[in-house]
Write a protein that binds this ligand. Structure first.
Ligand code: B12
Ligand code: SF4
Length: 506
């Protein structure tokens, strides 16, 4: 038998079911082609890798972000011991290609997008001469590879994910996207995205995440600035991107009406009632909005001056709801201007602004960000280590020993911030509050589903990430595994194998 290509998405916890498909696995699977047979896909958030399936001479592609890099390196080392070619890619490998060689026994590392370069990498490995580092670059929107959804394991995911745009014009201090994916939006043509969605609906998926960095890449302000230039080229480019958004949403609106979409967007989108109306028509029912902080000082901390605060913030977030777009508000705790009042004030605002979901994350210096660079410089004098690993490489510390917070706070202890954050989750997701919020849906079945999903979300993202008590983490993982199985059924619909792509004979 010939060599096999394996693609592995590392995770230190497996839940048996997962919320969203890791899109890169299915995109790289398509990019592999069929020359070497179908690639074997492993998503460790479902189940651990079975190393017995990896044979000498196989190629093992491992995709890592910062949070799962350590587990990724473990997998790579074992795969290499078994005689396989080991290749890393993904955002963390793009930022630290040498680390994957040092810690992950890499033969090769791919920086940037894997869509176009992956076949060359596999061929080079199989010919026994992989390059140390490849640069996949930033692939243009019209050349993004469509995912191979025929390789999805059955009964495993609640949401599928497609991507319509990469890159974000903003430059928030805690985010690396604008540096790795670039500030120029690379927008994909609408038709291949619609084609993928139709394929997913045929399989029975109703819930689809638009895994975009920022679904509203052109704001009124961007247009006004471009209008002030004497050369009209920029304005025309921006108008074309913007029109592309409306055209795409118009096409979404022609798909079966049980489909529900979810995206990530800046709150600036609420400035444009036409955009919100188009979202409603397209059935984009949910959006993650990075609110980050409820104070002006907090927004300044994260270079997010384009966000609003106070009453204006509440009004802007409520605007989404008027157009039936439910907001998952994302907040960061541990900013220098935060104080003991911040936790309650944030939950209060989330309630006032009618947020349907919320997440409260601890300020983490992710590599590739402005925050990280500053923090790394500050740490240089202190030389703090955990288990021999410098704190500035915190992702290499074993998960259970990893600090929950990294930056000394001017007024609060780290424990106060951690406990305050845990309380914010507990309060926003108390049974009483979740049941009250479940009024957003009509039937009793839908309300029960809403409660289940809210609790599941909380367990998967809060307790396994923030809690320091390992019993609480293990309990949460067990609970999430059980609930996940029950909740998954609520998400799927009857497959529609004969569904045609609107406007085509396919
Ligand atoms: C959708 C999304 C989510 C979704 C779905 C996650 C999932 N299961 O897929 C949700 C909302 C659940 C989520 C959660 C989180 N996310 Co997220 N997410 C994204 C987002 C917007 C898109 C990811 C995506 O699907 N892209 C589409 C695929 C096709 O692109 P890709 O993954 O980049 O893969 C391409 C290349 O990287 C490369 N590649 C990837 N892997 C491999 C492997 C090989 C071998 C090769 C050759 C190439 C290769 O080729 C691919 C095709 O071109 C990214 C932003 C981004 N620009 O990456 C953030 C991002 C990955 N998330 C991020 C973070 C921080 C998180 C959270 C930790 C947030 C939190 N605090 O809770 C959690 C962690 C969840 C977890 N445990 O994995 C950060 C990661 C930063 C970092 N340095 O690691 C990003 C970059 C966003 C940011 N603002 O900085 N996320
Ligand atoms: S946080 Fe969101 S808005 Fe800010 S740079 Fe990252 S993707 Fe863009």
């Amino acid at each position: 038998m010939g060599a096999c290509v394996h693609l592995i998405n590392p995770s230190h916890v497996s839940f048996g079911v997962a919320v969203i498909t890791p899109r890169w696995l299915y995109v790289l699977a398509a990019a592999t082609g069929t020359r070497w047979g179908n690639p074997r896909l492993v998503d460790e958030s479902l189940e651990r890798t079975n190393f017995e399936t990896i044979k000498p001479g196989d190629v093992v592609g491992i995709g890592i972000h910062t949070g799962n890099a350590r587990r990724g390196y473990e997998i790579g080392r074992t795969a290499r011991e078994r005689g396989a070619w080991v290749v890393y890619g993904g955002i963390h490998a793009t930022l630290y290609p040498e680390e994957a060689h040092e810690h992950g026994a890499a033969h090769a590392v791919v920086k940037g997008d894997g869509d176009l370069i992956w076949q060359t990498v596999v061929s080079d490995c199989l010919e026994g001469r992989p390059a140390r580092i490849y640069d996949g670059g930033r692939v243009a929107g019209e050349r993004f590879v469509a995912a191979r959804w025929d390789l999805l394991p059955p009964d495993s995911y609640m949401w599928a994910s497609v991507q319509t745009v990469r890159g974000c014009p903003k430059h928030c201090s805690f985010c690396s996207v604008w540096r790795t994916d670039g500030q120029e939006p690379r927008q994909r043509d609408a038709d291949p995205v619609i084609q993928e969605i139709v394929e997913l609906r045929r399989l029975g998926f109703r819930f689809i995440a638009l895994a975009d960095d920022n679904f509203y890449p052109v704001t009124f302000d961007d247009l006004a600035q471009a209008r002030r230039r004497s050369d009209p080229t920029r304005l025309q480019e921006l108008e074309a991107i913007r029109q592309g958004r409306f055209d795409f949403m118009a096409k979404l609106a022609t798909l079966p009406d049980d489909l529900v979409f979810y995206t990530q967007i800046t709150m600036e989108a609420a400035e444009d009632p036409d955009f919100l109306a188009a979202m409603r028509k397209a059935r984009i029912r949910g959006a993650l909005v990075g609110v980050e902080s409820v104070t002006k000082a907090g927004l300044k901390d994260v270079y997010k001056g384009f966000n609003l605060f106070g009453d204006e913030l509440v009004a802007r977030l409520r605007a989404f709801r008027r157009y039936d777009v439910h907001v998952l508000g994302s907040f960061i705790f541990g900013l220098p201007s935060d104080n003991a009042e911040t936790f309650d004030a944030t939950v209060r605002l989330a309630e006032q602004a009618d947020l349907t979901f919320a997440q409260f994350v601890l300020l983490t210096p992710f590599p590739g960000t402005v925050d990280f660079e500053k923090w790394e410089r500050d740490q240089a004098q202190q030389d703090i280590k955990v288990d021999g690993v410098p704190i500035t490489r915190h992702w290499l510390i074993p998960q259970e020993r990893r600090p929950k917070l990294y930056t000394e706070h001017p007024t609060m202890t780290l424990e106060e911030i951690r406990v305050g954050t845990q309380h914010a989750w507990d309060r926003f997701y108390s049974w009483r509050n979740v049941w009250a919020r479940s009024r957003v849906v009509k039937s009793l079945r839908a309300r029960v589903a809403f409660v289940l999903v809210s609790k599941l979300y909380r367990q998967m993202y809060a307790n396994t990430g923030i809690a320091t008590d390992s019993a609480r983490v293990a309990r949460s993982a067990r609970w999430a595994r059980l609930m996940g199985r029950a909740a998954r059924r609520l998400f799927l619909a009857q497959p529609m194998p004969d569904l045609a792509v609107p406007g085509s004979q396919a």
